[in-house]
Write a protein that binds this ligand. Structure first.
Ligand SMILES: Cc1ncc(COP(=O)(O)O)c(C=O)c1O
Length: 396
């Protein structure tokens, strides 16, 4: 099948919700994808930040192959090993005492939202969750209500009540917005879909202090920033803060669908017997993939190497920005979650299209931000190739 066959079939068969670029991929290895026409493409998008260890990482592939030949699924009415191994690893390497396992970021956030509602009902009948303008938390009815972008809610009204939006990065705005019914704050440490926006230094620590003063749950959505993407296993570990709740998905299974909501004991017990569930949450195969993924992320060399790669890529992007001030407004981000904000959206789309023609896959988010997120295993040569292709794709 050629790329145009894929495009024609997708147009005929699939619900047309995605704006797709004409690229169909058939194989992946490390930072590279191969398309249906046999062309190799350097993947600096990590399949929407889901393959932080690169495509088909051997440790994850071996774990999946082993597990799929042993036991594929056990219901949550019984016990199975991979989900317990995964929970042990998550608890041992984070602030959390307990874990709820699911299959996606939206589901992890649904669990967090339900937890906050239960926590609030038990502490004075509170229910409201404050979230940030520009945030993204998923596409289910609860998570579009949590998402601070009008376009994702448009046409789905009435949306779930109990959410209000405040400016990102502004603790005073949150304090001013508090009402007696407010029970939690849900926030991304770095806004991903919102345009790779990093909050001011000290923001989350100040938010922690505010939450403590008002008995609010601080819930971090690390669906995009987690799993080594920002240079530490979780972004909060660089931000002088300990949350009550954290959600993960995307790269937790290095491409397999795994989500998790992590919580402290005090918060977790709000979800008691029968309060929540998921048929496939904790699935043996996806959770074996997550155990293998975390194993590689926690190996002594992985995150230090990712930080070195991030420094090289960032300084290269900053050089490009200095050479093209008429096109590039800023470079920002954390670790290997980087954004190049261009001066206009059309130019961002043109640069991404030219880069793809030259063999580099990037993504445009928030209209005019080129999101640059290679796998953590990216080599210096691959970074230099990305920079060379980008240079060629920028208007001269
Ligand atoms: C921060 C954040 N939260 C939640 C989600 C939703 O995750 P999923 O698409 O797996 O439901 C995303 C997806 O982009 C995300 O970036």
């Amino acid at each position: 099948m050629s790329t145009s066959d894929f495009v024609n079939q997708a147009e005929r068969l699939l619900v047309p919700v995605y704006g797709r670029t004409e690229a169909a991929f058939v194989r992946g290895h490390g930072a590279w994808l191969e398309d249906a026409d046999g062309r190799r493409v350097l993947d600096f998008f990590s399949s929407i930040l889901c393959t932080n260890l690169g495509h088909c990482h051997p440790a994850v592939t071996a774990a999946v192959q082993r597990q799929i030949a042993t036991l594929v699924h056990v219901s949550n009415l019984h016990y199975s090993a991979p989900q317990l191994e995964l929970a042990e690893m998550l608890v041992a390497n984070s602030f959390a005492d307990r874990v709820f396992l699911c299959n996606s970021g939206a589901e992890a956030n649904e669990a967090a939202i339900k937890l906050a509602r239960r926590y609030g009902h038990a502490s004075g009948g509170r229910f409201e969750i404050l979230t940030m303008l520009g945030s993204f938390h998923g596409r289910t009815m609860a998570t579009i209500a949590a998402t601070g972008q009008e376009k994702v809610r448009k046409g789905f009204e009435p949306t779930l009540p109990g959410f209000r939006y405040v400016p990102f990065g502004d603790v005073a705005a949150i304090e001013a917005a508090l009402k007696p019914e407010t029970v939690a704050v849900l926030v991304e440490p770095v806004q991903g879909e919102g345009g790779v926006v990093v909050p001011p230094a000290g923001y989350l620590a100040a938010l922690r202090e505010l939450c403590d003063r008002h008995d609010l749950l601080l819930m971090l959505d690390e669906v995009q920033t987690g799993c080594g993407r920002t240079g530490t296993l979780f972004a909060y570990q660089q931000m002088d803060v300990v949350p009550d709740v954290m959600t993960l998905a995307k790269s937790l299974g290095n491409g397999l669908p795994v989500g998790a909501m992590l919580a402290t004991e005090r918060a977790a017990i709000s979800l008691d017997l029968g309060a929540h569930g998921s048929t496939f949450g904790g699935n043996c195969v996806t959770n074996a993939a997550a155990v293998a993924t975390l194993g590689v992320l926690l190996a002594p060399e992985t995150l230090p190497r990712a930080r070195v790669a991030a420094a090289r890529l960032r300084s290269g992007l900053e050089r490009l920005a200095a050479q093209h001030p008429e096109t590039i407004e800023t470079v920002r981000g954390m670790g290997l979650l980087l954004g190049l904000e261009l001066r206009d959206g059309e130019r961002a789309r043109t640069v991404a299209a030219r880069a793809l023609d030259a063999g580099l896959l990037l993504n445009v988010t928030a209209e005019r931000v080129l999101r640059i997120a290679p796998p953590l295993v990216v080599t210096d040569e691959e970074i230099d190739l990305c920079l060379a292709i980008l240079k060629g794709a920028l208007p001269s």
